[in-house]
Design a protein around this ligand. Structure first.
Ligand code: SF4
Length: 108
C-alpha cells in the first residue's frame, strides 16, 4: 500500500466522521454547481503550485496531496472550509466558499 493511502486510512481511524466528508466530496465532484466548480478550480490552482502536490499516484495514476494523501481531483470539491491540511485554501475559500453553501446538489 502506498504512503498516501496509508495516510488516508490512518486519518479515518483517528476520525471516522471524515468518511462522510470524503464521500460528500466524491459525490459533489460528479455533479458540482457552477459555484462549486469555480471554487474547485481555484483550489486546484493553489494545489498545483504547492510542494506537496503529486501529479500521479502509483497504480491509480491520480493526482494527490502528499501531506494528507487525498486524491486532489475529489478533495477540491469538499464543502468544508479550508480543508487543506496546510490551510493554503483560505484565500480562495474566503472568496468562493460562502456561495457554495447556498446550493447543494449533494445527497449527503
Ligand atoms: S491540499 Fe493543501 S497541502 Fe495538499 S497539495 Fe493542496 S495546497 Fe498543498
Amino acid at each position: 500500500m502506498n504512503l498516501g493511502l496509508k495516510k488516508i486510512l490512518s486519518s479515518l481511524v483517528k476520525d471516522p466522521t471524515k468518511l462522510v466528508t470524503i464521500a460528500d466530496a466524491w459525490i459533489t465532484a460528479r455533479n458540482p454547481t457552477a459555484e462549486q466548480k469555480d471554487m474547485a478550480e481555484a483550489r486546484w490552482n493553489v494545489c498545483i503550485q504547492c510542494p506537496e502536490f503529486r501529479s500521479k499516484r502509483d497504480i491509480t495514476g491520480e493526482p494527490y496531496c502528499n501531506d494528507c494523501g487525498c486524491p486532489l481531483n475529489k478533495k477540491i470539491f469538499t464543502k468544508n472550509y479550508n480543508e487543506c491540511p496546510l490551510e493554503k485554501w483560505k484565500s480562495v475559500d474566503d472568496i468562493f466558499w460562502q456561495a457554495t453553501q447556498k446550493k447543494n446538489k449533494s445527497l449527503l
